[in-house]
Structures are given as C-alpha cells and as structure tokens.
Design a protein around this ligand. Structure first.
Ligand code: BGC
Length: 504
C-alpha cells in the first residue's frame, strides 16, 4: 500500500471513529434525557399516590373537620354553612316555578311545571347563555343586570303554550353556586368568589337583594323564594326521586358537597329552629384541607398563581377547572427537562390552555397510535410530531391526575357517611335493627357525567375504603339538572310548606 492510500485509510478510520463517538454520545444523551422525562413522570405519580391507607386518613380528616366546622364559626376550613333548607320536596309540589342557575361558564333560566302528587315534574323549559367573560370580573350591577335581562327576555317569550295561573308574581329558586352565608332560605351574603369569578364589590353583599334591585329596575314581578347552592338543588332533586338520598356532590367546574344533618349536631347554632329536626348543610368542601392530601409541587405552583391562593385546596385537586392545567404543568416540566418538543411554545407555557375536557379526551383515546393525543397536543399546545412513547407518557399523566381526583372525591364521600353514621362502622344508623341502611349519593357535574374513567375510579375507591359488602349499600347516582330543577322544586316547597317531607 502506498503512503497516500495508507494515509487515506487512517483518515477514514479516524472519521468513522469520530462519527461513531458522536453517535454513541448522542445515544447516551438521548437515553439520559428520556430517563429524566420518565423520572419526572415517576416522581409525579408517586406524589399523587392515594393508597388505601392514605384515603382512610382523608376520610377521618374529613369527618373531624366536619365536626369542627359545625362546632364553631371559623372552626375549620370547611365552612359547613347553614342553608335553612329544613325540608325537602316530596312530590306534592304543584304549580309553575322559575329557576336561575349561576355558577359556572353558563347562566341558565328555567320554567318548571309541577303537577303535584305522583305526577312529578310535568315539563320544563330551559334557556342557556354563555356568560360574557368581562362580566366575571366587572361589577355586581353589570352581572345582575345581565341576569335580570336574560330572565325578562325569557318571560317575554312565553306564549300561550302554557297556562300561567292568574298570578301577579312569579316565584323562583336562585341557584348561586358560591359560598354564601345564608340569613334565611331566601337570602344570604357572598363570602368569597371561586372558579375564576372576581367581582370585588359583590363580596359581603346580599345576593337576593342584588337580583331584586336589578329586576325592579326592569319592572319584573318576580320573588326569590329560595336562594340555594347547586349542591342543595341536587340534593332536593335526588330526594324528590328517591328518599334515601342523603348526600349530594358536585363534580364539575368546581366541587362541593351537602348533606342532611341533625339539628342538634349543629352546635354553632344551638336553638336553631328546624321544623323537621334536620337541615341541609352546605359543606363547601372545595376548601377542605388536610396534611394527608397528596400534594405535588405542580399543585403548589398552580395554587400560588391562581386568583385565590391558599383557598379551595381540595377543589384544585378535584374539579374540572384545574385538572387540565395540572396535566399541562407536568408536560411543560417534561418538555423543559429533556427538550422534548424543541423550543417550548407559548401555548404550553400559558395557564389553562389545556382544558379538562381535552385532557379527558386524551386520557380516553383508545386508538393504537394515540392519534387523538397527538391531535390535541398539536392543536392546543402547539407541539407536533410527538413520538408514540411520549404520547403514552402524556396519557399516564392524565391518568395520575384523574385517579387522584376521583379517589379523593370518594374519600370525601366516605368522610360524610362516617360523620352521619352510614359508613357501616357502628354509627347509630348503621347499627339499626334493620341492618345497614341504603344511602344514595346524588352526583352532578360535567366532569363526573362525561368522564367514565373518573366514575370508575371513584366507584373502585369507594369499594376499597368501605369494603365490597358495605359499598353495596351506597348508591352513587348521576343526577341531571339538580341545580336547575332542584331550585324550582325548593322554591315550590318553600312557597307551599304543606308539601314538605321531614328530613331526619
Ligand atoms: C363553590 C361551591 C359550588 C361548587 C360547585 C365551588 O367553587 O364554592 O359553592 O357548589 O363550586 O359548583
């Protein structure tokens, strides 16, 4: 071999070695990055873990906090608010009632025709309107002006298609799904806003009065017969259909629960007048807090950047307003950790770009190549060409967030059952001679209704905590439109107290 050929061969060998070295280094780097991404996921899954033991701790904490909230005002982060609903509809209600439903992204007006005994709800008409976003942070006058105007237009559209009895005034139930300190069944002061509403001048004002002044300005002859929380409306509708309904839970944009409590257990209001010996308590469980809740750094950041830091801790782990954003935060961290999608775009860094219904669609993507995951990531988070293994990780993040939410909600429910002695652990009701009593929990809200995996996880957790046999006595029943129909029913029940049914 000549010198030139030898030199060429050596040169080629050196270049090949260099290329091989680069490839090896790249491979090592890729593997290291991938293991960092997997590490982020594992750490998150561990942080979200809800073992049976932990869930039982949450159950106990919920029951303890319920006692504390009932013992004194401010005794717990659980407000345990009186609703003054001490009787629930029983099917004898008759007449035409209206309902207003405000609490999420939409506002609804309903007209409900009740036919009395056994005939239950005869028919109803609903109108739904998106709330213009500027009203969420404007003034109370603007918000209530909008509500009263929508009601006025609804009433004006009423033709001869229904018989309006010769009444001079319309009675309505107003579902206002925020924490309200009630002063009667038809009045109460807003304590604070949740779910992204922030109308400063409204805090501390009487909600029914705000509506009353707006409707007076419009010349509407309507009376707020009942001012209620959506959870109370759900309980009313649930009880109307099935008298074993003792608890109602909302799992939608926000989350909350209410239940029927014995009047003598409401220590902070001794001497409270209750016709039935009981009262519906609006727990405002979205604000529940316990050191046993599995909180991750992503939850801490979400809370700190929210309009209501240190508030609604349980809600921020459970409800539809937040779940998508927790997932987005984990994906963002993975992307940054390992340069997963090249430069991180604006959408992935921006809070609330990944809404919960989209997260749910990714989680429930059953295609073999997870193309729905890829489509949603591309359209909403602006990241494309995502390898299949990354799509799989995204699904696991959705799974961890949803599992934790559903299992915590189940633990919350068992906490309530424990408080009222219906968890099969020797409370007064469960020890009755007839054996363990059947308890129905009415559940409403878009997240619960539209997310089958959420419902599955919740049912499984309930069974895990209560045991298979006991859990047979607890019925989780999907309720539809308790926040609307329930308000009309309660307005009817309050207006004609002869139709009331005893609570305890
Ligand atoms: C509110 C509750 C409401 C729940 C569900 C929470 O943010 O504080 O009053 O019941 O959302 O709508």
């Amino acid at each position: 071999m000549g010198r030139a050929a030898f030199g060429l061969a050596v040169g080629c060998a050196v270049v090949s070695c260099a290329i091989a070295a680069v490839l090896v280094r790249k491979g090592v780097e890729r593997r290291a990055k991938w293991s960092r991404v997997v590490g982020v996921l594992r750490e998150f899954e561990e942080g979200c873990s809800t073992s049976g033991h932990r869930l039982r701790q949450v159950v106990d904490a919920m029951a303890v906090e319920m006692h504390a909230g009932l013992a004194s005002e401010g005794g717990s982060k659980l407000k345990m608010l009186l609703t003054f609903v001490d009787n629930l509809p029983n099917g004898n209600e008759k007449g035409l009632y209206y309902a207003l439903d405000l609490g999420g992204t939409h506002f609804r007006v309903l007209r409900v025709h009740l036919k009395g005994t056994k005939q239950k709800i005869l028919d109803h008409k609903v109108e739904k309107q998106a709330i213009p976003p500027h009203l969420l942070t404007g003034t109370s006058e603007e918000l209530f002006g909008f509500i009263a105007l929508t009601l006025k237009r609804f009433i004006e559209k009423e033709g001869d298609d229904f018989e309006l009895q010769p009444v001079s005034r319309r009675d309505l139930g107003f579902t206002f799904s925020f924490p309200v300190r009630q002063t009667s069944v038809s009045s109460g002061f807003l304590i604070k806003w949740t779910k992204g509403f922030a109308i400063e001048d409204m805090v501390g004002k009487d909600v029914a009065e705000c509506l009353q002044s707006a409707r007076t300005m419009l010349g509407l002859d309507v009376r707020v017969a009942a001012l209620i929380n959506d959870s109370a409306g759900t309980l009313a509708l649930g009880h109307y259909h099935d008298e074993d309904t003792m608890v109602a839970v909302i799992i939608g944009t926000g989350t909350n629960a209410c239940y029927i409590e014995r009047a003598d257990a409401i220590i902070k209001c001794q001497g409270l007048i209750s016709n039935s010996g009981g009262m519906v308590i609006n727990m405002e469980w979205g604000n529940f807090w316990s050191s046993h809740l599995p909180r991750t750094p992503y939850d801490v950041d979400l809370d700190a950047e929210s309009p209501n830091p240190y508030d609604q801790g349980f809600e921020k782990m459970i409800s539809g307003m937040y779940l998508g954003d927790i997932v987005r935060r984990v994906i963002l961290r993975m992307a940054k950790e390992a340069d997963l999608f090249g430069e991180v775009g604006k959408s992935l860094s921006e809070p609330f770009t990944l809404r919960t219904p989209l997260m749910c669609a990714m989680h429930q993507d059953e295609s073999s190549d997870l193309r729905e995951v890829a489509r949603i990531m591309e359209e909403t988070l602006e990241v494309s060409n995502i390898p299949l293994r990354v799509r799989r990780l995204v699904v696991r993040v959705c799974d961890a967030v949803t599992r934790r939410a559903a299992r915590l909600a189940a633990a919350g429910i068992v906490g309530i059952l424990k408080k009222i002695g219906r968890d099969g652990k020797g409370g007064s009701s469960s020890n009755s001679s007839e054996g363990v009593r059947r308890t129905v929990v009415a559940i409403e809200g878009g997240l619960y209704e539209n997310y089958s995996l959420f419902r599955e996880y919740m049912r499984d957790a309930l069974e895990e905590i209560l045991g298979e046999e006991m859990s047979q006595n607890v019925v989780l029943r999907l309720s539809q439109d308790g926040s609307g129909l329930g308000a009309a029913l309660l307005a009817a029940a309050v207006s004609s107290s002869s139709s009331l049914s005893s609570l305890v």
